[in-house]
Design a protein around this ligand. Structure first.
Ligand code: ATP
Ligand code: MG
Length: 568
């Protein structure tokens, strides 16, 4: 490609409303152009990168035995109703819906479990056709609440989504492992620094699931890492530092606590450790067909993990109750909510079981009780794990291990779905014993655009992007030091033609601009190598080569191709 012909534009300044480096650089270097909130145009440069990443994904999928298909983006409502997800997605306002001329309702695909299972349920009848793994690479639509960070979280984005179908949990597990391996290969080939973390399945379901998280400070996810084990904080099981409670039960007492509503103030006011306070939070749970409120108790020094709350109750959404809702439900206000005299269902995090002589509220404003005890003043609570893990907590998966917190960008997600979808969509097969059984399914996604953004986030410097060779839109940038010297121009042309014919994807900067200006553009674009035909060529017949990371070398013009082939 000749730069004079390339449809591109670079900018000196960071565009408005760009908070993170990858978004800034991709816009500044002219890879993407914003069309609206969460909507981006991919320019020829970006599309080349997307295609390269997609190709690496495709190769690893095919190596693992998966086959590529292409599914419609417009999905009939009826199909989504069969799995109950029309209601789930609309409850979260994530779904784009529309009607056709006959009044039939559709959604723009946020994901493709339904359609893929529909296809397979029609064609797979026997165990002999299994396992089967199908994938596609294409757009998805989600009306995200907070589209931001450019390609990281769009309303329309490119995803690789794959689905496996198996005849048994054992075969399913093998498919899952094959995808886990394939994903690791993809992200390794793309030079990403990633961790595989135990995850929560979200709207999809409750089976085994892991995320591939790229380690980066701007990541939207919090990942708890303990040696070889890592999990998304949404699901992390953790043991908080223990607290020793007095063994003898003391007399329960009511105390005035005027305007003392935060845990910190209460601990100070009563001169007690926060671990002695039972904090109670009221949550509104949303289900497909109803809303409900519950109260969750947690040790005063800790926070409730809302994802765990959602999982426990199988709610589609969990939100803190508003002050008005709290008033209506308890007659009291935040800061004075507690299990005493509470008319709501009360659950406690399991660390609360050990609490003795604790402080809690009784839904009376400006009042707390001290020396409250389970079994005596309150029934033993129904407990589960509702704890939000924190750095320093003990990890139950590694003996003696303690968690460190890191931020991560979720670039991929693999999921064992079991038979949840196949049962609802009646996707069955005849097993070897002639019995009809539901298919065992797995679902696997990679955010292609998010991967590109994560790569920029990890690989850049003050000058611009640093693409690895296999994702760069062009591998080698060529230019002449000055257009005033025809010998340099024609040699640069020759180098370009040679590299083009050798399949090395060169980009010839044939613009009549200052050398420094041109090299700046090359750095901003992130082209891995630059070849400059200049003084060294005139004086000693040598080409100046500089890698994007700054390593310089001179090579004889006759050695050009042998050097270039080392890049392949
Ligand atoms: P997130 O928690 O970030 O919203 P998700 O759990 O909704 O992700 P999946 O449904 O598992 O994501 O989608 C598979 C992959 O698609 C994700 O791992 C991520 O890389 C990518 N992805 C999801 N939503 C978006 C989005 N709005 N924009 C860009 N990529 C996305
Ligand atoms: Mg999402």
């Amino acid at each position: 490609m000749r730069l004079s012909k390339l449809f591109f534009k670079t900018f000196k300044e960071n565009p408005n409303e760009t908070e993170i480096i990858s978004h800034q650089l991709l816009e500044r270097a002219g890879y993407i152009r914003k069309l609206g909130k969460g909507l981006y145009i991919y320019t020829p440069l970006m599309w080349k990168v997307i295609r390269k990443i997609s190709q690496i994904v495709r190769e690893e999928m095919e190596k693992a035995g998966a086959q590529e298909v292409s599914l419609p983006l417009l999905h009939p409502k009826e199909l989504w109703e069969k799995t109950g997800r029309w209601a789930d997605f609309t409850a979260e306002n994530l779904l784009y819906t529309l009607e056709d001329r006959e009044g039939h309702e559709f959604c723009l695909a946020p994901t493709h479990e339904e359609v893929m299972t529909y296809l397979v349920s029609n064609w797979v009848t026997s165990y002999k056709q299994l396992p089967l793994n199908l994938f596609q690479i294409g757009p998805k639509f989600r009306d995200e609440i907070r589209p931001r960070f450019g390609l990281m979280r769009g309303k329309e984005f490119v995803m690789k989504d794959g689905y496996s179908f198996s005849d048994s949990p054992v075969m399913m597990e093998k498919q899952y492992e094959a995808m886990r391996h394939a994903y690791s290969e993809v992200f390794r080939r793309l030079s990403l620094n990633f961790v595989i973390v135990t995850a929560h399945g979200g709207k999809i379901g409750k089976g085994k699931s892991e995320e591939f998280q790229v380690v980066a400070d701007i990541g939207e996810d919090l990942v708890m890492v303990c040696q070889d084990y890592a999990s998304n904080v949404e699901t992390t099981e953790a043991i908080p530092p223990p607290f020793t409670y007095a063994s003898v039960e003391k007399e329960k007492k009511e105390l005035p606590t005027p305007n003392v509503s935060s845990i910190t103030d209460l601990a100070q006011f009563l001169n007690v450790a926060k671990e002695l306070i039972l904090k109670t939070m009221i949550y509104k749970l949303t289900f497909a067909d109803k809303e409900e409120f519950v109260a969750i108790g947690i040790r005063g020094d800790r926070q409730v993990n809302e994802v765990k709350v959602g999982s426990h109750f199988s709610a589609t959404e969990v939100a803190l109750a508003t002050d008005a809702e709290i008033l209506g439900l308890t007659g009291s206000k935040p800061g004075f909510i507690g299990p005493l005299n509470l008319k709501l269902r009360f659950y406690a995090d399991k660390t609360c079981k050990a609490m003795k002589n604790f402080v809690c509220a009784a839904n009376i404003v400006d009042i707390h009780f001290i020396n409250v005890n389970w079994g005596r003043d309150l029934p033993h609570p129904e407990c589960d794990d509702f704890l939000l893990a924190e750095e320093g907590d003990e990890c139950p998966h590694v003996e003696g291990g303690v968690y460190k917190a890191q931020r991560g960008i979720e670039v991929g997600h693999i999921f064992n779905l079991g038979t949840k979808y196949s049962e609802k969509l009646e996707a069955t097969f005849q097993a070897e014993d002639a019995k009809t059984q539901p298919l065992w399914m797995g679902t696997y996604g990679i955010g292609i655009g998010r991967v590109a953004a994560a790569m920029v986030e990890q690989l850049h410097d003050e000058k611009g992007i640093i693409w690895p060779l296999n994702a760069a839109p062009f591998k080698i940038f060529i230019t002449f030091a000055t257009s005033k010297n025809p010998a340099l121009v024609s040699k640069a042309e020759e180098v370009y033609t040679q590299l083009l014919e050798a399949g090395l994807e060169p980009l010839l900067d044939d613009r009549d601009e200052r050398l420094g200006f041109k090299l700046k553009d090359s750095d901003l674009l992130g082209i891995p190598f630059k070849i400059i035909v200049g003084k060294s060529f005139t004086e000693e017949g040598k080409l100046e080569i500089e890698s994007r990371k700054g390593e310089k070398q001179l090579i004889d013009v006759n050695d050009l191709l042998s050097w270039a082939h080392t890049l392949k």
